[in-house]
Design a protein around this ligand. Sequence first.
Ligand code: GLA
Length: 523
Amino acid sequence: MKRILIFITAVGVAIVLCATIPHTQEPAPRIHAVDDGLALTPPMGWYPWNIFGQDPQNEKLIKEIVDALVSSGLKDAGYSYVGPDEGICFLRGNDGRITTNLERYPSGLLGLGNYIHQKGLKYALYTDAGTHTCSGAMPGTKGHEFEDMRQFAEWRADYIKIDWCNTEGQDIVKTYTTLRDAQRAAGHPIVHSLCSWGDGEPWKWAAQVGHLWRTTTDICAPGKADWDLAMNIAAINEKLFPWAGPGHWNDPDMLITGMPGLSEVQNRAFFSLWCMMAAPLMAGNDLRDMSTSTIRILTNPEAIAVDQDPLGVQGHIIRMDGKVSIWAGKPLFDGSQAVLIFNQGTSWEAVAIQPSEIGISQKTAFYVRDLWRHTTAGPSISSNSVISVRVEPNDARFFRISRSNDFPLPPIIVANTYRVSLRAGGSSPQELNGMITLTNKGSSELSLWKVRQDIPDWLSVSVAKNGRSQTVANTVSTAGLKKGLYHAVVRLDNTDPISAKPMSAVYYDVDLEVTDDVGGTLR
Ligand code: GLA
């Protein structure tokens, strides 16, 4: 549908434009069918493929990246899922089971997961739905779906990317549904990332099956960013906006921010586009070697706040003005909204937006927050103002527009650790304690995390506030326990303080080793 828009720009020129009103598509299911509380905002983390490809991946590299993720400030900005992609990390033995490739990962894949969890990060692994992974170097899950998902659960994976190579003759919906059933049967909470590059139009059915799905081909060949390809991918992914929402996301592939081949302006524009599309933010650059500008872009809390907004709406293009696209349609949890103006031309452009175009009613006072310059303009009155901006080639201006001069950041939860590991020696009953601290890097107060009461008798968990953080005390009582290894997954739930929407659940592991049979009775 087309309509005519007439407005006056900052320089007083009358413009008549034909605007394309987006074609309405079949609405997506509102809620992820698996009510597991996972990925209610787009997953953030790091995956190796974009910069490294397969060969250099090994335990040393992944651990160095994990350390850099923490020391660079990315962890505090919300990045949490990390682990190997297709990097020959496991092999299939003669008994049909997958086991760690110990040459590359000497601590084993459980050991790597423990390392990641101890740092307060979440563990991501990779596999394929067919006979083999894409390079053919690793086994796929075909015919082994249940055993493999059990093994990933034993390795304590929190996230699994499942590729679609070597799947000739397989029905895509049935295959990924079986994999989902296998994940549920394995019992460990896991984010399911489908990677069929748009094959089988997963946006139409995969909300029932997983938490995110790739919508396009790979964003680059390993090692170098490809700007034109990334822009094609953005154009495809943008059109799929009706299908995304909390727990089910369109995934236009991992980030290329900070990779060789992009200017600072392109890095910033790219990151703005991915945040506007509520895309998963899986960094794809070498975190051990980042410029200050790359770190600043990847950790900009005001841009991340748009991506991680609890309403989970994907923004889209509302108008094209030559080579300039105007993106809106992304309401945020506090009643504000995000607006992005992106210039794909070769010279700078002056752009004007009528407040009414983005739904601001007449005679309303509004403030405009520049998410890269961190400045606020306003109040302006909608009936006599246009929003006028200048945009350089390749650049994106990224704004948040609100009736109030307050731009709260949604909750971003950072844990000191996701693993409590305790050991009890001797046959007398003991009480042991392990603490987890959850810090909200957003700007509003959270209520107390609620503990799900599905924990074993030997464990009790209580939560207390400690300034901006909350401490989660885990108390283990060994009375009456037999010698052995014990394990529990603790789940905590909360809601966003402003929108009251559920927040992604927090999970962590408690491991207990009891060295002797213990007397006494259980609490
Ligand atoms: C596919 C995926 C990539 C990467 C490679 C590994 O191409 O789309 O993201 O996982 O496989 O071979």
